[in-house]
Design a protein around this ligand. Structure first.
Ligand SMILES: Cc1ncc(COP(=O)(O)O)c(C=O)c1O
Length: 423
């Protein structure tokens, strides 16, 4: 029987630069109990909770400054436009984009990646070209590329993983062969295993071959500092809802010259320069990619989330989560029958995937839920990875700035309880 011992592991807290217990007071969701227990929300990789600072900003914006943007000449519309464009500036600074014009507001990482696959891929891919993804991709950075490769006649291949769930860079040349690689699409942090991928090392390889590098930063941007210039990528997509912001908004960063050369993705209002019966011309970047009424309040809330995370410090957030993940790996290894997946703690973010021998992940997650502990059980939108691991699903605990050391303890005790229940 595994016993609670979070006092021993709490060493991560006093030294940490981040006070998770204090920050937790910013999140109203934690004021409730689930099945009589405090909510231990260990599913932040799927979506994060929202602090009052973001919720208040949304309310104030709707109450005082809301109107449609880039349309009206009246004061309220100008105020709303200023807030919306101010949020774009914040997001640009957040990823060290050379220009705010390189930030396109999209519905989320999925739409951003589809935008690149459709708008860039349909015009630039063809027979003889290769699209390279990884065996570790979320379906959002896998399926659009597979589909566009099929539509254009390009080959679609995946960079393989080693036994730790890390990319085999030694296999790159072999996978590419002498073919023309046009796209390398990779996530910066794997949502299923927490692997931190060596994007900086992939960039020169991709560019030497004349390929663009498309980075899915959905699991990276919320948790550690992202610098598009240091990464050397060409596109980078992420979602606000995973980083304390609202749903239905995210950002696609792209190099200005590539965005300018691209055809639009969605067509309609706001994205045009002129419309005539025989011809329509496009507006400037980023308007060219923001057809229709934008996610106005959502973008403003996204800006507030960026302010919130920046004030806490991304380095402190990263350190906090990695410490929790390291303790989780160590503690879960003590539970008989637990199989852990993914790289060692020093090369992973705050995500821990595991299985309990002979017990379906859904059963483990349900036992935990009865104790107020929320984890994810499933394929994590990574079916190719699950096939590689030889499983249909895993359990996954994922941490954020509001996660507490005793929640790790409750997780481990709950998993052990599932073991005894289903033995
Ligand atoms: C690595 C990764 N990429 C992309 C996505 C898709 O994000 P969204 O559903 O916000 O578009 C997710 C969501 O879980 C993810 O984890």
């Amino acid at each position: 029987m595994v016993r609670p011992r979070y006092d021993e592991t709490v060493a991560v807290t006093p030294q940490a630069k981040l006070d998770a217990r204090k920050l937790r007071a910013d999140f109203p969701i934690f004021e409730q109990v689930i099945h009589g227990k405090p909510l231990a929300y260990l599913d932040s990789a799927v979506t994060s909770h929202k602090p009052r600072q973001v919720l208040d900003k949304l309310r104030t914006f709707y109450e005082t400054s809301y109107a449609n943007v880039h349309r009206g000449v009246y004061t309220l519309s100008e105020r709303a436009t200023e807030e919306y464009e101010g949020a774009r500036d914040k997001v640009a600074r957040f990823v060290n984009a050379p220009s705010s014009r390189e930030i396109v507001f999209v519905r989320g990482a999925t739409e951003g990646l589809n935008l690149v696959a459709y708008a860039w891929g349909l015009d630039n891919l063809g027979p003889g070209d290769v699209v390279l993804v990884t065996e570790l991709e979320h379906h959002s950075n896998f399926v659009p590329w597979q589909y566009i490769a099929q539509r254009t006649g390009a080959a679609f291949r995946a960079i393989p993983l080693d036994e730790h769930g890390e990319l085999r860079l030694d296999a790159l040349d072999e996978v590419a062969g002498s073919d023309r690689v046009k796209v390398v699409a990779v996530n910066l942090v794997s949502n299923a295993l927490g692997t931190i991928n060596p994007v900086e090392a992939l960039a020169p390889w991709a560019h030497e071959r004349g390929a663009i590098l498309v980075v899915d930063a959905a699991q990276a941007a919320p948790h550690h500092a992202v610098d598009v210039q240091a990464l050397g990528c060409d596109f980078l997509a992420f979602s606000a809802h995973k980083m304390c912001g609202p749903t239905s908004v995210g950002a696609l960063w792209g190099r200005l010259e590539i965005l300018e050369a691209m055809a639009p993705f969605n067509l309609g209002g706001h994205m045009i320069r002129s419309v005539k019966l025989d011809k329509t011309t496009w507006g400037q970047v980023p308007a060219k990619f923001e057809a229709g009424t934008q996610p106005i309040a959502e973008a403003v809330g996204f800006g507030a989330a960026v302010d919130y995370l920046t004030a806490i410090g991304l380095d402190a957030i990263e350190e906090h989560e990695r410490a929790l993940a390291a303790v989780t790996l160590e503690r879960l290894a003590e539970v008989p029958g637990v199989r852990l997946y993914g790289p060692p703690p020093e090369r992973r973010a705050g995500i821990v995937s595991f299985n309990l021998e002979g017990v379906h992940p859904h059963d483990v997650a349900q036992v935990l839920d009865m104790d107020g502990v929320a984890i994810r059980a499933g394929h994590h939108c990574c079916q190719p990875l699950m096939a590689k691991l030889g499983v249909a699903a895993t359990n996954r605990a994922s941490f954020y700035l509001y996660s507490l050391p005793e929640e790790v303890d409750r997780l481990v005790v709950g998993v052990d309880k599932a073991r005894t229940l289903f033995a």
